[in-house]
Design a protein around this ligand. Structure first.
Ligand code: SAM
Length: 249
């Protein structure tokens, strides 16, 4: 690999310098933040709520547990987990983007989820001690991270031994027919929905492209194993449009 290729990563279908990607991703989420929850419901016809519920059901959380929700954005997963860990537990809703996090904080207070704290944090450099959390979640966030292995190493470090990582992410549909339909929807309809409802076609084009660039289920499983996670498995949801990877320290 040439030196130049080493410094490059993908931002959707574009090749960009690794140092440029975080700022570009920030630009996307600054731009979509205000309409983020509405667009999630619109784009998935509300199905994202089922994916998130399905994730939490496999979290094994109990009262008193400590959870880190990485790239938690407007807080859907954190809010769902709040009652599972209760008053004696804690959820840290974290994100690199202050605008998204501010919305998450407001929503969690609105829903009276007082055990949710917020922290600005980059998945690649988590500002938390080793062996700190019973569970780490990341929902629809990992594909935006520049150095995914570095982030996975951080998750491993911050989990307690026996702790559980849940990675929910868009993935590759299994059937060629669904794949074709999904491509049509993602590239022809999704950016137009973004343009119409959020006056932002470009961010939703990035969304579609970034999903296609994300590793396959098996590749991502191998990435998790390569940083020492054990009992790595995955659950395919909605014909493979979304996959939940589960791993243990
Ligand atoms: N987890 C929420 C959900 O499922 O609705 C939000 C997901 S949103 C699609 C992706 C989030 O990842 C954004 O809020 C973005 O700011 C955040 N993000 C992107 N890169 C990140 C990084 N390196 N570290 C932490 N968060 C990051």
């Amino acid at each position: 690999m040439s030196k130049n290729e080493n410094n490059e990563t993908n931002f959707g279908y574009k090749n960009v310098n690794k140092t440029e990607k975080p700022e570009m991703v920030k630009g996307v989420f600054d731009s979509v933040a205000e309409n983020y929850d509405l667009m999630n419901d619109l784009m998935s016809l509300g199905i994202h709520r089922l994916w998130k519920r399905g994730t939490i059901e496999l979290s094994n959380l109990k009262q008193g547990d400590s959870v880190l929700d990485v790239a938690g954005g407007t807080g859907d997963l954190s809010i769902l987990m709040s009652d599972l860990v209760g008053k004696s537990g804690e959820i840290i809703l974290s994100d690199i983007n202050e605008k998204m996090l501010k919305l998450g904080k407001a929503r969690s207070l609105d829903k009276n989820k007082l055990n949710i704290k917020t922290a600005v944090a980059d998945a690649e450099n988590l500002p938390f001690p080793d062996n700190r959390f019973n569970c780490i979640t990341i929902g629809f966030g990992i594909r935006n991270v520049t150095n995914k292995l570095k982030a996975l190493k951080n998750f491993y470090r911050c989990l307690k031994p026996g702790g559980r990582l849940l990675v929910l992410e868009f993935s590759k549909p299994e059937s060629p027919l669904i794949s074709d339909l999904y491509d049509f929807y993602s590239f022809k309809i999704l950016p137009k929905l973004g343009k119409f409802f959020a006056q932002d076609e470009e961010s939703y084009q990035y969304l579609a492209e970034s999903i296609r660039m994300h590793p396959s289920q098996e590749e991502f499983k191998q990435m998790l194993e390569s940083v020492n996670f054990k009992n790595v498995s995955y659950d395919i949801m909605t014909a493979g449009i979304v996959t939940l990877h589960i791993a243990e320290k």
